[in-house]
Design a protein around this ligand. Structure first.
Ligand code: GLU
Length: 500
């Protein structure tokens, strides 16, 4: 048997550091066993998936240096590797399940499902589908389909007994079937859900080991049931522990930068980042914490994974990174600096922005230095200048953070549009709003054109700068209280998202 593993990201946002962590373990395991590592794009969520996100994911994984043997860009014998190009396959497989009675068409309308939910909530019974359409005869279902009635396809789930889930790292996990809904496999528009596409692909792509984050454990019973329904042998499941903030909470962008591309922009070396990620949930047999990818791939042992929540401690990463930088020869370091930001491409973008503000050539470096920095010196007085109270600045920073995260595209025009919309919603003069962001993002009240500079710095670094500004306010006791933040979240959803 050839070991085949995969990383299967959904292209719905900025490439996440957790994806690099899971990809690393899949890569190391496959290579340790002379196998293959596959990249599959899970873009079945048509609303949230974007091509820009997919491009960024590939770029991020390439930068960090985890080469895949098969994938949407390099192809391979089991392609296509993008789920949106495989819909005919899922439909065909789903038809088989309907024919064999393992799945059934469900005609329940949204109105009925809403009503059902309201009733279940009122009666405090289990929330979920009540199986109304599970009882339809094949003939009755066909008639309704022929009459053009829209339907989804649901998986028939046992009403009693329990699912016995074997995970490589854990004792048997038993989950009563009655707690598991008749999962929708195919939506009314003929698109598969994650569960169907994921299982069909893992089978057809001959994945032998599914190594993924533990947040997927609760989906695994549905997956096992699907394997059984198809009559396929399931792969080995190995759910890795989630990365955590130093306070043990789930790694979040509120407390740590989570975008892989932030680390590139802020000048982390990919090999240091991989070394650091390789120690999350893992300890090498020889106890040596300093290793490269090749060593990890040669020696990796799944039995040495430990489940205690691995702490993503950025200070430790910085120490690793500093060591890696200091170990480079001067020529190698110069080459890294050039590849990073000290190159003509970046300067050509900066020169036209800086030129109108130059009196001497010597002004260029101080004027543009903020583009090359990670954290800038900030003070609360400068951030809150012009606002009624510090909370107003904290509120605007928080809203900007959400808006930056959700912006579909990242360039000078989209950044401008984002701030214009914010000024309008907040009933503030554009200029007054921008003062805060000039300070937070460039460290100064006057600087290069903000939108172009933000486009150049990239979304992830901009997010981090907003976060630093929030931290600066918080250190001076001007953070939003938990209650105020919660209220703001609701308010933001109402005012910004309703019409999005
Ligand atoms: N598309 C899922 C994700 O975004 C894949 C989960 C899995 O590995 O099965 O993480």
């Amino acid at each position: 048997m050839t070991v085949r593993t995969r990383i299967a990201p959904s292209p719905t946002g900025a490439p996440h550091i957790g994806t690099a962590y899971i990809a690393l373990f899949n890569y190391a395991f496959a290579k340790r066993h002379g196998g293959q590592f596959i990249l599959r794009i899970e873009d079945t969520d048509q609303v949230r998936s974007t091509r820009a996100s997919e491009v960024a994911i590939l770029e991020a994984l390439r930068w960090i240096g985890l080469p895949w043997d098969e994938g949407p860009d390099v192809g391979g014998p089991k392609g296509p590797y993008r789920q949106s190009e495989r819909t005919a396959i899922y439909r065909e497989q789903c038809d088989t399940l309907v024919r064999t009675g393992k799945a059934y068409p469900c005609f329940c309308t949204t109105a009925r499902l809403d009503e059902l939910r309201t009733r279940q909530e009122a009666e405090k019974t289990r929330i979920g589908y009540d199986g109304l359409c599970a009882g339809l005869t094949a003939e009755a279902a066909h008639q309704r389909i022929d009459a053009g009635e829209p339907c989804v396809i649901r998986l028939r789930t046992p009403a009693d007994g329990e699912c016995v889930l074997k995970d490589y790292f854990r004792d048997e996990i038993r989950i009563p079937w009655e707690t598991i809904d008749d999962q929708i496999l195919l939506k009314a528009d003929g698109f598969p859900t994650y569960h169907l596409a994921n299982v069909v692909d893992d089978h057809l792509m001959e994945i032998t080991h599914v190594i993924r984050g533990e947040e997927w454990i609760s989906s695994t019973p549905k997956h096992l049931l699907l394997y059984e329904a198809f009559g396929w042998t399931p792969p080995v499941f190995a759910h890795l522990p989630l990365l955590r903030n130093p306070d043990k909470s789930k790694l979040s962008k509120r407390k740590n930068p989570t975008g892989i591309l932030f680390y590139r922009q802020a000048g982390y070396l990919p090999e240091a980042l991989l070394n650091f990620l390789g120690l999350m949930a893992y300890s090498p047999a020889d106890g040596n914490e300093q290793f490269d990818l090749e060593t990890m791939a040669r020696t990796f042992d799944l039995d040495r994974v430990s489940l205690g929540g691995p702490i993503f401690d950025i200070q430790k990463l910085q120490a690793f990174n500093g060591r890696a930088i200091r170990e480079l020869g001067a020529d190698a370091l110069l080459a890294r600096l050039k590849a990073w930001m000290l190159n003509d491409q970046v300067w050509s973008a900066l020169v036209p922005l800086a030129q109108p503000r130059l009196n001497q050539l010597a002004d260029f470096v101080p004027l543009t230095a903020f583009v090359f920095a990670d954290r800038l010196p900030l003070d609360t007085a400068a951030l809150v200048k012009g606002f009624e109270n510090p909370e107003q600045a904290a509120t605007l920073l928080q809203i900007a953070q959400w808006e930056i995260e959700r912006a579909a595209d990242w360039n000078a025009d989209t950044v401008k549009a984002l701030f214009s919309r914010m000024a309008e919603k907040e009933d503030l003069k554009f200029k007054n709003l921008l003062g805060l962001f000039f300070t937070a993002l460039t460290g100064s009240a006057v600087s290069l054109p903000l939108f172009d500079a933000m486009a150049l710095m990239g979304r992830d670094l901009c997010l981090r700068r907003v976060q630093y500004a929030q931290e600066t306010l918080a250190a001076d006791g001007a953070a939003l209280s938990g209650k105020a933040a919660k209220k703001l979240m609701n308010d933001y959803e109402q005012r910004y998202r309703k019409d999005a």
